[in-house]
Design a protein around this ligand. Structure first.
Ligand SMILES: NC(=O)C1=CN([C@@H]2O[C@H](COP(=O)(O)OP(=O)(O)OC[C@H]3O[C@@H](n4cnc5c(N)ncnc54)[C@H](OP(=O)(O)O)[C@@H]3O)[C@@H](O)[C@H]2O)C=CC1
Ligand SMILES: Cc1cn([C@H]2C[C@H](O)[C@@H](COP(=O)(O)OP(=O)(O)O[C@H]3O[C@@H](C)C(=O)[C@@H](O)[C@H]3O)O2)c(=O)[nH]c1=O
Length: 339
């Protein structure tokens, strides 16, 4: 099976082969980066980033061709590709659904990560893994540091913490990046949910008692790109890092307000926003009331810079507008495009 997805890259039975230019090292000599995950927010943001590196080979493997919960196949695929670096961009991210599907959440968020770690250790490969602010209980009064005690409140956060622990136990060289409130121009995220709901309703109630900071997925991908380079250059400090947008804390209500403030500039209708509470909203999964991440460690060790979340949002909206340019507004937020 062969089909083309975005930017002319060829997608062959689940393997995305990144084209390369002249004068590059032979294909077999280039360090291979195996990205697990194809369609998700992070995998989609990593694709153009890794495509720009002519001296690396990047392979994307994910559903439907590879189910990472199939541990036998996952192990076999990693061994067959024998990468220098594995980036795990798969996860079970349905926070509310995880409460009633814990086995499915743990299969992807813990067990698959354990297999990635064990297999990487056998190969001498490094693993870059992504985790979440939802490993914390939200009772802090200052940004969470990497050394702070975890205490997840829901199944999703608990399964992600179990994945962190499984990777650490594997003894593979690894970097775990905890991030928060990820969003981008594509995929399933709060920004796109807000734009879709604004198409359907005149008013929206949004919780104003959970504090954190939105993170543009393209910025997380850029940080991962820097970390991959340092790993390949044998210059990486492995371990646990926090990474989220700068300028927080804000609430989901603040995020929604800023979204509609900025999209008004594109001539889009602005729904009336009402503040609500987590209790009144009544989502099935508990979420931390405060989950701002202290990101000084990744800034100092890897030189990663972070943008103010409002500026990052403006960039993402411009990207969305460019990708979906409509003649009238420049930003097409029809139900069809937002899914
Ligand atoms: N989204 C967020 O707000 C946040 C995310 N994170 C973490 O960041 C990382 C990236 O998240 P993000 O890109 O947003 O997540 P997405 O939900 O956008 O993508 C996850 C991807 O994993 C794939 N996947 C799930 N189960 C399997 C499986 N069994 N086999 C193969 N692939 C599978 C999904 O495939 P399919 O498309 O087929 O479902 C999907 O493409 C995750 O580790 C997540 O926990 C951390 C903080 C915030
Ligand atoms: C759609 C909607 C949500 N909300 C609330 C529910 C929830 O408390 C908050 C965020 O809702 P969402 O369901 O979009 O986001 P949620 O699934 O909680 O997002 C989380 O995803 C996982 C994967 C993470 O790792 C976290 O960092 C975080 O980004 O906003 C409203 O108040 N009004 C609304 O109309």
């Amino acid at each position: 099976m062969s089909r083309t997805i975005g930017g002319g890259e060829e997608f062959v039975t689940g393997v995305l082969r990144i084209p390369h230019g002249k004068g590059c090292p032979a294909v077999s000599e280039r360090p291979k980066i195996l990205v697990l995950g194809v369609q998700g927010q992070l995998a989609s943001a990593l694709r153009p980033l890794l495509a720009g590196q002519s001296d690396r080979r990047a392979i994307f493997l994910g559903r439907p061709e590879l189910d990472v919960a199939d541990s036998v196949r996952l192990r076999a695929e990693i061994l067959a590709h024998s990468p220098a670096v594995i980036v795990n961009a798969t996860a079970y991210t349905a926070v509310d659904r995880a409460e009633s599907e814990p086995a499915a959440a743990y299969a992807v968020n813990r067990d698959a990560v354990a297999v990635m770690g064990e297999t990487a250790e056998r190969l001498g490969a490094a693993v870059v893994h992504v985790s979440t602010d939802y490993v914390f209980d939200g009772r802090a009064t200052r940004p969470y540091r990497e050394s702070d005690i975890t205490n997840p409140q829901g199944v999703y956060g608990a399964s992600k913490l179990a994945g962190e622990e499984a990777l650490a136990a594997s003894c593979a060289r690894h970097v775990i990046l905890r991030t928060a409130w990820l969003y981008g121009a594509s995929g399933s995220n709060f920004l796109r949910t807000m734009l879709r709901l604004a198409n359907e309703r005149d008013s929206l109630a949004v919780v104003d008692d959970q504090q954190g900071c939105p993170t543009a997925v393209r910025e997380l991908a850029a940080a991962i790109g820097i970390i991959i380079e340092r790993i390949i250059g044998q210059d990486a400090a492995f371990g646990l890092y926090h990474f989220c947008g700068a300028g927080g804390p804000v609430t989901w209500f603040d995020f929604a307000s800023e979204i509609f403030c900025q999209t008004a500039g594109y001539g889009l209708p602005t729904p009336r926003l009402e503040r609500t509470t987590t209790a009144a909203f009544g989502a099935p999964a508990p979420r931390p009331a405060y989950s701002l991440l202290d990101c000084r460690r990744i800034e100092s060790v890897f030189g990663v810079t972070r943008n103010d979340w409002r500026e990052a949002l403006a960039t993402v909206l411009a990207e969305l507008a460019a990708a979906q340019a409509g003649p009238a507004t420049g930003l097409d937020i029809s139900k069809e495009t937002l899914g």
